[in-house]
Design a protein around this ligand. Structure first.
Ligand code: DQA
Length: 162
């Protein structure tokens, strides 16, 4: 059982950026807590943050054990397969067909996560390219959403046949 936690653009600034919206907990704090929680649930967790859409697409492809592209596929050390993805894609949630397509391609069940309540903010944040493909969507719980997502993913998400 292996969970991949992905954070997209600007989430490296958690704790510093707009604390009235996103709170004061930093991403390293969240990732450290995620590792502790995962080990107490008996699952493995990998964490990844990038501000770059393509890097996130690459990481999602690697979660299926595929290399980032056909030219490097043979030489790259194969990654271990992931059984569930938790993704806070940040602003890319509202714009990225590429991330949507990557998640559909790997067919790994995923939870879409937002720290803030995206429905109580600017109207463009209510639109998501991920929600209709997600097993679950969490928003507005603050950073507790990460804890809730890991609990859910560890207990309820697995790829069929695994
Ligand atoms: C966010 C909400 C997005 O609209 C925003 O662009 C973010 C963070 C959240 O966690 O609340 O960067 O995903």
């Amino acid at each position: 059982r292996r969970i991949l936690l992905i954070n997209g653009p600007n989430l490296n600034l958690l704790g510093k950026r707009e604390p009235h919206i996103y709170g004061s907990t930093t991403l390293p704090d969240i990732e450290a807590q995620a590792r502790q929680q995962a080990s107490s649930l008996g699952v493995e967790i990998e964490t990844f943050q990038s501000n770059h859409e393509g890097a996130i697409v690459d990481r999602i492809q690697e979660a299926a054990g595929w290399g980032p592209n056909t030219t490097t596929q043979e030489t790259d050390a194969p990654r271990k397969k992931v059984s569930a993805i938790i993704i806070n894609a940040g602003a890319l949630t509202h714009t990225s067909v590429a991330i949507r397509d990557a998640l559909a391609a790997v067919a790994i069940p995923f939870v879409e996560l937002h720290v803030s309540n995206v429905h109580a903010r600017e109207p463009f944040r209510a639109q998501s390219y991920l929600s209709d493909k997600a097993v679950a969507v969490i928003c507005g719980m603050g950073v507790y959403g990460y804890t809730a997502a890991i609990e859910f993913a560890a207990r309820h998400l697995r790829i069929e046949g695994e």
